[in-house]
Design a binder for this molecule. Structure first.
Ligand code: DX5
Ligand code: ZN
Length: 219
């Protein structure tokens, strides 16, 4: 079992002090989770490529870019070119996910497929060899600070069974409401990468919060 990955989400950070907020988790985080929203795919708007490029320049942390945007083919490769470690786009927003995954890998990034709350996992299981990361939302995508939906872990279990049976090298990531009281059940279900926004940035010591979450996820 690979060591669990904890990816603090800067959506919960202070956007006026982004570099400092990144540095606050640098010593303990595995990845930095960056939520890009376009007010079309989801009803919220965050940051885009220029801000991500600037942040990439101030840290060595691998960037886990979560694109909650329409037409990801238009933007996803630019994040890979900019130096993002992993670029994840939504299945609901893309009619040829395998082709975009290929392009991301050619651009030197890991490719991630995200599955929103209301989307079943089964139609996508056979696409997983083309991906490095499968992000299963444990809320409806769009806002931080929502309550974890345990029923969505059924999708994690199905994906874990499929990945293990096929010996896939795939990270199964969960995003939404991950905190000290929810991360263990997600790990037991088979997730091995964990996004946490509020649970990290609302903590008195964000770096310690990351370490504590990783310990709880250890199996
Ligand atoms: C929401 C984002 C999440 C968000 C999670 O759509 O994808 O990454 O930051 O926030 P918490 O951990 O507060 O649920
Ligand atoms: Zn996210």
């Amino acid at each position: 079992v690979p060591a669990p990955i904890v990816a603090p989400s800067i959506l919960a950070a202070d956007f006026a002090r982004l570099a400092e907020e990144v540095h606050a988790v640098e010593s303990t985080a595995d990845w930095l989770h960056v939520d890009v929203m376009d007010n079309h795919f989801v009803p919220n708007l965050t940051i885009g490529l220029p801000v991500v490029q600037s942040l990439l320049a101030v840290t060595a942390l691998p960037f886990d870019v979560h694109l909650m945007i329409e037409d990801p083919r238009r933007w996803a490769p630019s994040y890979a070119d900019a130096g993002a470690y992993n670029v994840t786009f939504h299945a609901e927003a893309c009619d040829n996910p395998v082709s975009l995954a290929k392009d991301l890998r050619s651009a030197g990034a890991k490719a991630g497929l995200a599955i929103d709350r209301d989307t079943p996992i089964e139609p996508y299981l056979d696409l997983l060899p083309s991906f490095d990361t499968l992000l299963i939302m444990t809320i409806k995508a769009g806002f931080g600070g929502q309550r974890f939906i345990p029923e969505l872990l059924d999708k994690v279990r199905a994906a874990r069974r499929h990945a293990d049976a096929g010996h896939l090298e795939l990270r199964i990531e969960v995003d939404g409401g991950i905190a000290a009281d929810t991360i263990e059940q997600a790990a037991v279900a088979g997730a091995d990468a964990f996004v946490a926004g509020t649970a990290v940035y609302a903590a008195a010591d964000p770096a310690t919060a990351v370490t504590q979450l990783r310990q709880l996820a250890q199996r």
